[in-house]
Design a protein around this ligand. Structure first.
Ligand code: 3AT
Ligand code: MN
Ligand code: MN
Length: 543
């Protein structure tokens, strides 16, 4: 026993071996996850990307050192993955997040100049669609569909003359020397996921448990970094920590103990998978004793790879309350599952945000007159919704401001300026019924409202909107709810964006409305799924 490896920053809680009943519970969990279609795999695409990657590096080598035959002959790159695919929790709505690593003579400019064309010419005819190149993003990226599988492809070089054939991983922090910030960020995803996998005692158990927790978090709408909930990497680290504490446990036990351990965690003590390390670069590493900002993180979950960061800096007071509520629910249900009183499917029952959630909702509507502008504008507004939530939390009448974890995208057909204005203010009268599969998310956006009279006589214009809903729980005895100050501040925040002032202003708008849940005509049909009932107006007491 003494020689056994210890994972994490404390000894395990239990090294008990699984019981027969726990094994049976794990099998039942596997069956349920299969029923919910969370398994799928696309290895051929990755093999193909590796070939294209090698060809790309060879091409750059031949261009830069045309006489250096040995260099050209041995030129190759290496494809790594990160994100959900690397963590083994790839599912129907997932993309494959990939990283190309190349030798030092290959620059990001080369990548954007050559790779897209090479990709299209080397992949089977017609296999590559929806190719988008984003050179100026926080992490510069090429996005595309390869045989209908979404790929995110990022790039970094490392300061080595060649990539050796047995170059296997990016663990060594000295590989980071000499890179720019975009390159560092590009390497970070793979370095973090690889570390997580290396720090769990049983990879297979971890992956299956994470699959379950991810499905649970999505169904309960507590999965979305941008809205102030943990994202994929943060949930993965939380599950990994629980695996470390129960190194011999079955998946079923990990899931059950996850709700126990994380639900009772003594925040703001950070969740660490290993002691925070130092490294060779003059970059910031998470440290609440040194950086005041870090000390405000409510539920810090720290990435294990140098330079360590907090993956949950977005969590607000409200989202923390909601997460803890869900963890308690998860514990209650999983306790009963473990003793055979309930099926796993009970854990994965959908949230009730719209059906029995709140008496008040606020909707934030970003609208645009064309698709390109809407991509930019809705993305920006989405990234600021959390700021509105934080302002609302400070309101004396508001106990809790709960942002729904995803926005609803809609298209509208408007015949005149008046109709456009109505749409901008949140009207759903002119919504175009969706053709079907455009929505990529886990919960398909269901049927949109029927558009009754689309008279063909005029030439109507399309308007794009994205709506975010925030559920509001009032303080006991609160009488009035004047949010104009918070709403105005939020609007100023969004519209003082330089890109808005320079380009977007004539094309886009931002509306914020209150919606009362019992006025069901105000909460649109498409937030309800088949079989769900809209809340009906009961006695409207108080407000
Ligand atoms: P899916 O299964 O694809 O839904 P995922 O966990 O793979 O879940 P993403 O593909 O969105 O999620 O992201 C993969 C990783 O890429 C997670 C994070 O390390 C990085 N990442 C994604 N979006 C951003 C962003 N806006 N800024 C920085 N890093 C990001
Ligand atoms: Mn992904
Ligand atoms: Mn991705």
């Amino acid at each position: 026993m003494a020689s056994e490896q210890v994972y994490g920053v404390t000894p395990p809680i239990s090294v008990n071996l699984p019981t027969e009943a726990e094994k049976r519970a794990s099998d039942a969990l596997k069956d349920e996850l299969r029923r919910q279609k969370t398994f799928e795999s696309p290895w051929q695409v990755l093999d193909s990307l590796q070939l294209i990657c090698n060809e790309f590096v060879r091409k750059v080598a031949a261009e830069k050192e045309p006489k250096n035959e040995i260099l050209i002959k041995n030129a190759r790159g290496k494809v790594f993955t990160y994100g959900s695919f690397r963590l083994g929790v790839f599912g129907p709505g997932s993309d494959i997040d990939t990283l190309i690593v190349a030798p030092k003579y290959v620059t990001r400019e080369d990548y954007f100049k050559y790779f897209p064309d090479l990709l299209v010419s080397m992949a089977p005819a017609g296999a590559i669609t929806d190719l988008t190149v984003v050179t100026d993003a926080f992490v510069p990226i090429i996005k595309f569909e390869y045989s209908d599988i979404s790929i995110d492809l990022i790039f970094s070089r490392i300061i080595q003359k060649q990539i050796s054939p047995d170059f296997a991983d990016l663990k060594d922090s000295s590989l980071l020397r000499g890179l720019d910030e975009a390159e560092l960020r590009s390497l970070n995803g793979t370095r973090v996921t690889d570390e997580i996998l290396a720090l769990v005692p049983e990879e297979a158990t971890f992956k299956l448990a994470l699959r379950a927790i991810k499905l649970w978090a999505q169904r309960r709408a507590v999965y979305a970094n941008i809205m102030g909930f943990p994202g994929g990497v943060a949930w993965a680290m939380l599950v990994a920590r629980v695996c470390q504490l129960y190194p011999k446990a079955e998946t079923s036990v990990i899931v059950n103990k996850f709700f126990l351990v994380i639900g009772q965690w003594r925040w703001p003590q950070p969740v660490l998978l290993k002691p925070i390390g130092s490294g060779p670069l003059p970059v910031r590493v998470w440290n609440p004793k040194v950086y005041k900002g870090d000390s405000f993180h409510l539920m810090p979950v720290i990435t294990p790879a140098y330079p360590s960061m907090c993956a949950t800096f977005n969590i607000t007071r409200s989202s923390m309350t909601i997460i803890q509520r869900e963890l308690r629910r998860g514990l209650e249900i999983s306790e009963e599952i473990m003793v055979g009183k309930r099926p796993w499917s009970d854990l994965f029952v959908k949230h009730t945000f719209f059906t029995q959630g709140y008496r008040y909702y606020i909707s934030v509507v970003s609208a645009s007159k064309n698709k390109e502008a809407h991509k930019v504008w809705s993305g920006y507004v989405e990234s600021k919704v959390r700021m509105l939530v934080q302002k609302l939390e400070q309101h004396s009448s508001i106990a809790l401001a709960h942002p729904f974890n995803k926005g609803y995208d809609r298209r509208h057909l408007c015949k005149n300026d008046h109709e456009i204005e109505q749409v901008q203010e949140g009207s759903l009268e002119f919504v175009i019924k969706d053709e079907g599969k455009d929505q990529k998310s886990e919960e398909k956006n269901p049927k949109l409202e029927e558009n009754q009279d689309s008279s063909a006589s005029t030439s109507p214009v399309e308007v794009y909107t994205t709506t975010h809903y925030i559920g509001i729980e009032l303080e006991e005895g609160a009488k009035s709810l004047d949010l104009s100050y918070q709403v105005d501040e939020f609007k100023v925040l969004c519209t003082s964006w330089k890109k808005y002032e320079d380009e977007l202003r004539p094309l886009v708008s931002l509306g914020v409305q209150h919606v009362r849940n019992w006025q069901s005509f105000n909460l649109p049909d498409d937030v309800f799924e088949a079989g769900e009932t809209k809340p009906q107006k009961k006695s409207a007491k108080g407000l």
